[in-house]
Design a protein around this ligand. Structure first.
Ligand SMILES: Cc1ncc(COP(=O)(O)O)c(C=O)c1O
Length: 315
């Protein structure tokens, strides 16, 4: 557990909009020994895994949607570290998709529930009953967003890019743990969480996870699309940046980067700054988009090849 499980890499991106505003954009990548746990996943899971090992828990019981990157990561972590995994999945059908197949292949047990039942995950009496059923298990909230998850993210150091100090740190935001951790870890730097979900409770949740920290703000995704949906501009940006060996998917990282660049073009970000974008992973999600015919095989291949080239670059 003490040997480094991931390596941190920096990648500078060049675009006319950046040059125009004398702005530098640095992407931080976390390359993980287990690819499904890359990005923010290892950071959010690290202390949960340590807890299981320390208290000899049976495994992790967690929650997620049918295409959840978090579930894919928990399943892979269970396999890699030798603990059991069980997921309550928001899924109306018995049909599996590539994410759920991968989860099952790693040994994860899946319990499908309707969207209505899934909402119960925030109710304490439901959680108490679950905890009684899974007595020796660690319950991890959706997205790994809990104190232990935030503690892991807060350890990531993004203050200094290879070119110098960061002026703004930015990440995609779903359940809020990543932005809370980045805010805790970088109290002197403004942190933007670009929201890809519409959730009125999110700000309160982050404030509770990063008490006494006021350096973060939530920025709504510029496309205005619902969670999981994306517009063509976002997909086109993912394809354009794949030519610079930056692999993005349009549900989290593509949407967030698109919003950051839009904010720059609308001068909501001062010119002449050094921006850091934390690549939170989630590239397994491309398999689900291909499976649903929401991207073409050629688009899928283009982004996957960029991913291969990126890791090859870092050796
Ligand atoms: C790829 C990706 N990026 C960003 C996020 C958002 O992170 P958080 O849920 O901590 O806000 C997630 C969800 O965990 C994700 O899968």
């Amino acid at each position: 557990m003490n040997t480094p499980f991931y390596q941190q890499h920096w990648q500078q991106i060049h675009l006319p909009i950046l040059t125009q505003h004398q702005t530098e954009l640095w992407i931080c990548h976390l390359q993980c020994r287990v690819p499904a746990i890359a990005g923010n996943k290892w950071l959010k899971l690290k202390y949960h895994i340590q807890h299981i090992q320390q208290y000899e828990k049976t495994g992790i019981l967690t929650f997620g949607g049918a295409f959840s990157n978090h579930l894919a990561a928990v399943a892979a972590a269970g396999k890699a570290f030798g603990f059991q995994t069980h997921a309550i999945v928001r899924h109306d059908s018995a049909v599996l998709n590539p994410t759920l197949v991968a989860c099952q292949e790693q040994g994860m047990q899946l319990s499908f529930v309707s969207p209505q039942q899934y909402r119960l995950r925030q109710q304490s009496d439901y959680l108490t009953t679950l905890q009684q059923q899974f007595a020796d298990w660690l319950l991890v909230p959706e997205g790994g967003t809990a104190t232990l998850g935030v503690k892991g993210v807060a350890e990531l150091l993004l203050h200094h890019t290879p070119a110098g100090a960061a002026n703004l740190i930015c990440c995609a935001t779903g359940s809020g743990g990543t932005v809370a951790g980045l805010a805790l870890g970088h109290p002197q730097i403004p942190v933007w969480g670009i929201t890809v979900v519409k959730d009125a409770s999110l700000a309160g949740k982050i404030a509770a996870l990063a008490p006494d920290h006021r350096n973060w703000q939530l920025i709504p995704d510029c496309s205005g699309q619902r969670y999981g949906q994306f517009d063509d501009e976002t997909l086109q940006l993912c394809l354009q940046l794949s030519e610079q060996d930056l692999p993005l998917e349009p549900v989290y990282t593509g949407k967030a980067l698109h919003t950051l660049l839009t904010a720059l073009s609308e001068r909501r970000i001062q010119a002449g700054q050094r921006l850091v974008f934390f690549h939170s992973g989630g590239l397994q999600g491309l398999d689900g988009l291909l499976h649903q015919n929401r991207i073409t095989p050629a688009q899928y291949q283009q982004i996957k090849s960029a991913e291969l080239r990126l890791w090859h670059q870092f050796g």
